[in-house]
Design a binder for this molecule. Sequence first.
Ligand code: CP
Length: 308
Amino acid sequence: MRSLIDILDFTTEELDELIQVACDIIDNPDKYSEICHGKTLATLFFEPSTRTRLSFEAAMFELGGNVLGFSEAGSSSAAKGESVADTAKTVSCYADIIAMRHPKEGAPYVASQVATVPVINAGDGGHLHPTQTLADLLTIYREKGRFNNLTVGVCGDLKFGRTVHSLIAAMSRYPDINFVLISPEELKLPSYVKTEYIKEKNIPYTQTTSLEEAMPKLDILYMTRVQRERFFNEEDYLRLKDSYILDTEKMKAGKEDLVVMHPLPRVNEISVAVDNDPRACYFKQVLYGKYMRMALILKLLKEAGTIK
Ligand code: CP
């Protein structure tokens, strides 16, 4: 049974296919509006979410399907001690496909090993968030028209920011990529991510604590929130939370065709005034996420033989 746990579960050719399907859905939504009639998506969210859960649900509705699920662990039998594996086996009896978010790294993988339907990792702890990367890739494709020859700056909480880990994994497969890693010392990219996706492939990268210094070089600036929920103490969070604030003054140093992205939610790291800048693409990114999740649901249900 094919699932999506890590963005690298799909080849670059498969990602290209998903992007082409998403673009076709954007142009011809009626063609897709009944494909999942009678099929059900379960959204099992053990952690808070606005975009990922609601975009999965909107995606399934726009494909003509049904949705069931829960949006917090406390309203499921996890609160009584039920395991992720038993939850996945149970929900396989009610749904054709599962999207799961969980605070524990690896939980969606465990679910995928026992479920009898495809499982999609909708974010596992500080580890990975492959469907956010699908949204990110479509944004880059629509805004830049290419995945090669780009200087990609990632800024903020690179330690706990799972969206950054998945994005770096995906972008490291394209030629002529250059990463600029912008973070405070305490929130640097984990060494396993740097080694596995950047160093082993000899991808050029620089590390800096200065967003101002990096700004003029970037084709893409991917801002991230400091992940309060992953900190062990509030004092460290409060000290680091406003390390980077992208404002209209800093935007002046950016290229004319810079693409500013953010997986959202935002707290303080991009000032609201930047939203009016045509280079701010983070709300387009939200919309693209729905189309990529539609394409993903179609792919996994077709591979499972659930739809034609
Ligand atoms: N980008 C993202 O995962 O947002 P939510 O936490 O709102 O789902």
